[in-house]
Design a protein around this ligand. Sequence first.
Ligand code: NOJ
Length: 564
Amino acid sequence: MTTVDVSPLTRPDEEEVPPWWRQAAVYQIYPRSFADANGDGLGDIPGITSRADYLAELGIDAVWLSPFYPSALADGGYDVADYRNVDPRLGTLDDFDDMVAALHARGIRVVVDIVPNHTSDQHLWFQEALAAGRGAPARERYIFREGTGPDGSEPPADWESAFGGPAWRRVADGQWYLHNFAPEQPDLNWDHPDVRADFVTTLRFWADRGVDGFRIDVAHMLTKDLTDPLPSRATLDALPRDGHHPLIDRDDVHEVYAQWRAVLNEYDPPRTAVAEAWVDPSRIPLYASPESLGQAFNFDLLEADFDAGMFRRIVADNLALAAESGSSSTWVLSNHDVVRHATRYGLARPERREDGRPAVKHGTEWVRGGGDPAALDAEAGLRRGRAATLFMLGLPGSAYLYQGEELGLHEVAEIPDGERQDPTFFRTGGEDYGRDGCRVPLPWVSSEASFGFGAGRPHLPQPAWFGDLAVDVAEQDPTSTLRLYRRALTLRERLQTAEQLEWIPTGRPDVLRYRRPNGWEVVTNFGGEPYTVTGSDADPLLASTGDAALIVPGESTLWLGPRG
Ligand code: NOJ
């Protein structure tokens, strides 16, 4: 196995250089939709390797790969059948090693996804549990219970799964098992020593292969208190999430992460981990602390409108939380679970609940409506999306980008029902159209079959308009979103520091302006009227409009700073 060591970051004249992940630009790859080298319609690991130069040219520090493990694809790979292997449709472990070597050779780190809350129902353990029958030790690795009602034909509790429908499923011998997500994703029992031991083995397996870090799926749900009698769904919903909730964000999950942290710290450099934890913001530092995973996603920007007040509050709150945990903040506008931000910003603002969060996932209503073109201002959405991206890339902390946003892709709404894959679509009877629209295979070459994704029929259909946004077209167009991302990420590499920001008053509620101690300034005009930058001796470096000048048009961002 060839690996190029990208770890040493100390320079002779410096005592200690902060770990790479604290200020990294991380590009999320959804492997089955990135690039398909063998032409079977599913993106694969050699496909990623074949695009290593593209990734290097983009100027990112790391890639995070969504699951590429063997899977029956009941939930896009988040139903893992074998945690220490590659789905044969996506390649082999040797292919994985080649990919890591190719990325490391270009200075790009590799983060992989770990899915510890549940396995696939195809996992050996679950198959054993089914075969072993009620009362067998093999069932204790999962959460099996007797049903209720006179003949046990009612579920143990009326809980609902995150994808809709009941959270308990009955097996042939009459027992029930818990699945907080799809029925093909049985929840593991984290009180079982085999479960704890096996995930440590998995972390070591990938860390030993040169993986630099881990993204931890639903990190806030592993441990559970399932003492009988089980509470009703209404009781669960009403219970405070204060560390003692039976299912969510329990304090005792941090025993797991303390053990993982010790393992990750055995490596040089220590392997990084980032928690996907949908918890009250006040509890994020528990996951992000150095004794725990080290970093946690902050999804606030991803849920915000394109709005100066919201953005400012979110930045201030999250920088404070990061400081509290000793971590650095994370910023995310798009990922594989939400409608792409260019599309969200082109739609009417979502209704919000009392706590400020959107009542429904922003944009899903539009997808369900068939993607009504009259409801989407695609141009405005992308204009605002580009402005928001530059706002985000200027912030201290790490920025997570999702494949395809650098091409200015919009959500794909026009997927026939018969081709949809997301379990939320099936489990809500089509009520929620789910997440397929941001997972459509990328367009690379406008004139080729499947726009250069691969020779086969792509596993989700690409719309004709993808052709105009293909990489080869974008490379030729100086105003393209791809060229903007490349310039922004290259500049960010030079200008990014751990130092915090200072807000500069603009006299306008719809204009935000911040400065970093090295003179890097970011001005985002969320409103309609142009804003003129005064009082800065920095040079205009880059603008989301493509035209860097001291007059910042509406819905755009300008970067100023020292010329390199
Ligand atoms: C969060 C992942 O991001 C999502 O895609 C997945 O469906 C759930 N966790 C369940 O694993």
